[in-house]
Design a binder for this molecule. Structure first.
Ligand SMILES: [Fe+2]
Ligand SMILES: [Fe+2]
Length: 298
């Protein structure tokens, strides 16, 4: 008990010092509230991206990769934005920004590519689910999905030894990691992630989506985005099986999250099975995108 209290105290001491937290690039923060839909915006966006030449070069590299199968190589940012589309570019910038948060040359308790894959699949699924259900959020559901497990990076980097033990315990005894974290640390990656998002001055909607993605019943506000992130996380787990214990079949159709979404539905045809079936097509694409980053940026 005392050990748990001590480690909880240590976690909050580390969290309270900004130097221990990952730094979100300014560009991603600027882009968060930026909606764009015409030609002038393309110019504006490319001017913003050009502030970070390394990022601009990476965007061109990704745009010219075989994944997008462009007929001709793209040489300018403006062309890349026109071809890939504003939404894709914005999501690409968020993804590259998150990859920047991964410290290089350190041992992780988990596979970095698997982490990225899980985050990316959750992000893309959140984006697609939002579109399919015709929901509107103030924040990017893609960014919320991408960051939902950011607390795991903090734990890995600052409490590597302890976090390794937590993962091992979950594996060995087939327990849920979130629950092992709570019982061993007195806190969990979702709470820690929400604290980091708060320090980054992110909107409350995004903070809540991170904080409650494993415990929707504890939330009061911003419930629809939490539902989207929670369902996308579970779908991503079902597909990717990354650090998922115990290995059980989730009764997916019976989730509280679906019931809440259905109660607030914006579309007539709210058929869960059909929605999942359509999203499934996108999984392969998300995995391909994650593989694209492998070797290049990780
Ligand atoms: Fe999580
Ligand atoms: Fe997750």
């Amino acid at each position: 008990m005392e050990k748990k209290e001590n480690i909880k105290k240590d976690i909050f001491v580390k969290l309270s010092s900004i130097k221990n937290l990952p730094v979100m690039p300014d560009l991603a923060i600027d882009l968060m509230g930026y909606t764009i839909d015409d030609d002038t915006s393309i110019k504006e966006l490319s001017a913003i991206i050009s502030r970070d030449p390394a990022l601009a070069a990476q965007i061109l590299k990704v745009a010219n990769s075989s994944f997008y199968a462009l007929k001709r190589q793209v040489g300018s940012l403006e062309k890349a934005i026109i071809i890939l589309g504003l939404r894709e570019i914005k999501n690409l910038i968020f993804t590259l920004s998150i990859i920047k948060l991964f410290p290089k040359e350190t041992n992780f308790c988990f596979d970095k590519v698997d982490f990225l894959k899980h985050s990316l699949i959750t992000a893309r699924t959140s984006d697609i689910l939002t579109k399919k259900l015709q929901l509107k959020f103030e924040v990017s559901p893609f960014l919320a999905g991408l960051l939902h497990d950011i607390g795991k990076i903090f734990l890995d980097q600052n409490f590597h030894h302890e976090y390794n033990a937590i993962i091992e315990e979950a594996k060995k005894y087939n327990k849920n990691i979130f629950e092992v974290e709570s019982s061993e640390l007195g806190t969990d990656h979702a709470y820690i992630g929400s604290h980091i998002a708060n320090v980054w001055n992110f909107p409350q909607e995004l903070i809540d989506a991170i904080k409650f993605h494993h415990c929707i019943d504890k939330s009061n506000d911003n419930i629809l985005l939490i539902c989207v992130i929670s369902i996308s996380n579970l779908l991503s787990n079902l597909r990717n099986n990354w650090l998922v214990f115990p290995k059980y079949e989730v009764d997916f159709f019976d989730l509280t999250e679906w019931k809440i979404l259905e109660r607030n539905k914006m579309i007539e045809d709210f058929d869960i099975e059909k929605i999942i079936f359509e999203i499934d097509d996108e999984f392969k694409k998300s995995e391909d995108i994650a593989n694209l980053y492998k070797g290049n940026y990780l």
